[in-house]
Each structure stands twice: as structure tokens, then as C-alpha cells.
Design a protein around this ligand. Sequence first.
Ligand code: GDP
Length: 492
Amino acid sequence: MRFPLRVPPLPPPARSALTAASGYVRDALTPTLRLGVTGLSRAGKTVFITALVRNLIAGGRLPFFDAQAQGRILSAHLEPQPDDSIPRFDYEAHLEVLGRDPPEWPGSTRRISELRVVIGYAPENRIRKTLGISRLNVDIVDYPGEWLIDLGLLEQTYGQWSAVALEQARAPRRAEAAADWSAFVSTLDATLPGNEQIAIHGAALFTAYLEAAKTADRGVCALSPGRFLMPGDLAGSPLLTFFPLPLSPDATPAPGSLGAMMARRYESYKSHVVRPFFREHFSKLDRQIVLVDVLGALSSGPEALGDLEQALAGVLSAFKPGANSWLSRLLSRRVDRLLFAATKADHLNRTSHDRLEAILKLLTDRASTRASAAGADVKVMAIAALRATREAEVKDGKETLPCIIGVPMPGETIDGVTFDGRREQAIFPGDLPADPKRALDPALPQETSDAARFVRFRPTRLTAAGATGEAAPAPHIRLDRALDYLIGDWLS
Ligand code: GDP
């Protein structure tokens, strides 16, 4: 006689041990995708991450994010991020600022931070189904693009870097910002005895020059060293007390001299700041989005666009394994998808979104081709992570103009009118040229109205889910396409 097999219920401690064990197995099987988010100061990193996470968690409208459009995203929530040495991206604080009445833009990225989003999904892939993989950890790593530019320093001696930096400071458009520092350096000689007060004063003047150049260029400036512009936790650190001096690029400064002191500190900066960043953070990324404020650069003129192009080349060299032998040895896993996104596309009518994309494409093209050849798939998009405007057609006599409507931030001015931060305004942003080369050509008049490029609009107000469970929608432009490109294949 056979009895049905009955498994007795487990006593509570054994049950919780089993639950914990199955949790460990599930966690061990959960893949982790590390997504880097970077871009120069004010490119839109903080807004991008906040809007992205908010759309994932609150089930925003993401029709071109395939996994969501197919109804396969079952859940998304935040979990403690795994790296204790990196500060957490302060998502809740940024959301709170965007949820104020009236809403404000959150504070910008100043250092590296991280946030883990866990996505529960229904896999379509047979292997994932068989293995029971139905969760994905997405670790979003936010860091200043200025830090990537420092990669170039690893291949330069102090003398070589000094020569480049001095030449950059002499360029007519930088000369004014650099005036105080240049005057100070002209009184110095690399053979003078090393002196701490000279080091501190010179570094302070050099930092002030870089800051002034960045402000003048609306954040586009990407002069090295990156930590002088974006020190993160190193603000005030002795690692940042050096500056370039006039000396022959191949000369070895005499021991005890100011030149030797500066060269030693430059090398310390490389080994204690630059290399650790690439080793500990950059080398662990799987995917990367580089946000670019193309509209800001267009407003500043062709020279700023030239600088932006140079900065992008600097950024791309970090994704071009082989270009820097030290880095290529380090990269055991490599970024296999790289997305360049022109941000704040909501400053334009949709008729110009493709054109904005084409301008960024042209800017990144030469360098992108090299990165593609090295194995990374590179894509370019125009996006607005958090759309602050809507579109409307406005009649002007017989003509109908495609306009954008938004609330300019208090104090913003257009044609001499100053806004109070409450009143909506319809603006005709003009068209970007159909041929992107035209936008980059200094000799040609530009068509887009400066009003739309310069003005800061109030963000759309975001609220957390209320009693009804409904959170305010977070409108965007092509954020879903960006998301699909960056993580979609890991959710198949
Ligand atoms: P970060 O320095 O890269 O972190 O830049 P932020 O994310 O702080 O963005 C800088 C500023 O750009 C914000 O304060 C906004 O004024 C603007 N901005 C960023 N994203 C958007 C967007 O999607 N639409 C609009 N209209 N403005 C944006």
C-alpha cells in the first residue's frame, strides 16, 4: 500500500532559513548591469537619472521601451546600492525638489554617486526562462564628464601637460579669464626653490581661471585637470595644489626646485586620483550614456562648439580601448553600447529634434567611428529627460509657426521682458539648419532664436504616488528609446 508523500511543514527557523537560501540563490542568479551616466557640468545628468528612475518605478509612459510596451515589466523598485564606498544618488531629495509647488530643478552632479534599481520582468529568452532569471539589477553610476578628460594626462609628462595648458591659456578667448594666473606665472621660474605658499597661491589662481573659462563657455569647457573644475570630495585637498609652469616639455626639473615640486604633485594626482577612478569605477561599466548640452554650446557660438568637439574626443578616447595601453589592460569588461544624447530637446519644436541629433552626430562622428571600430556600438539621440514645454502652432498673420509653450523661470528675460516664474509663454524657437554643417560653420548666420536656447523653463511638477496610487506623469522626449537601447536587451 502506498501513501501519498506528505512533506511535514518546516518549523519556523528552518522555513526562514530556506526562504533566505532561496533568496541567496535568486540574488546570485540576478545579473547586474552597470550603467554609467556622464556629461560635462549642467549637461543634464541629475535630471536624466531622476526622470529615468521615476518613469521606471511609477510606470511612466514609455512606448518605445519594448519590455514595458509588451507588458513584461512586472515591478521596479530601489534597493540599497552594493558599493559602500560610493555615495548614493539622492533620488528622493531630487524628486522632492521637482515636486515642490512651484517645482524647481534639482541640484547638479558634483561627484560620483550610485543608485540600484531592481527590475522584475517576464523573460522571453529560453535560457533565462529555464534558469528562472526574472530580475535585473541596474546600478546607475553618475559621475562628472570632466573626470574622463583626465585620461589624457596619463600619457603626458608634467612638462608636456604644462606646454599644452599654457598654450590654451594664451588663446584669445581664454586670455581674459586667465589674466591673473598668467601674470602670476610670468613672475615664476621652474628653477626657483620649491615653496608651499607659491604652490597654494598658484593653484588657487589656476583653479579660478578654469572656473571663469567654464562659466564663460556655459559649462562646455573641458580643460584638465578635471578635478580642478569638479573636485568632488577632493575640494581643498593637497592633491590639487599644483599648476603648469613654463619649462621645456622634456626637461627634468632639478631636485628641490619649484618645477620638481609641481611635477611630483602632478604625478601624485595621476596615481592617487586619475588612475583609481578608472580602475575602481570606469572599468566596471557595461553601458554608458554621455549627455551633451548641444543647444548650450550652439548658443555660445562656433568656438564653444569647437571646444565641445574636442571635449567629446577626450571623452571618446576613454571608450577606445587600445588608445591608452594602461586603460586597455585594465578593461576586463568593456562598454559595449555607448549612447550620446543631446539633452533639453524640449527647447525646440519637434520639427528640429532630428536636426539636433544630426548636429551631435556630426560632432561625434570622427571619434565615434574609431570607438565603433574598437567594438562599442555607438548611437546618437536627441532627448529631453523631463519635458518642460509643450508644442503649439501659433498664427502670425498668414503664417502658422511651430512654437513651444512653457513657464520661463523667474528672472529669465526674452526681448527685454522679465518673467516671474508663473506665467506661460509661447516662444517660436526657430529651426535648426537642415544641414548640420551649417550649424557648426562660424561664417553662417544661425537660425534658431536665442530666446529659446537661453531661457530656462520651469520643470514639469513631479509628485510621488498619492492616495489613488497615481503619480503625476513625467513627460519626456525619447527617454524610452534611450532606455531601450541602454538596457532593453538585458530584459529579453
Ligand atoms: P548635471 O550637472 O549634468 O547634473 O545637470 P542637471 O541635471 O542638474 O541639469 C542642469 C540644468 O539643465 C537643469 O537645472 C535644467 O535647467 C536643465 N535641464 C536638464 N534636463 C532638462 C530637460 O530635460 N529639459 C529642460 N527643459 N531642461 C533640462
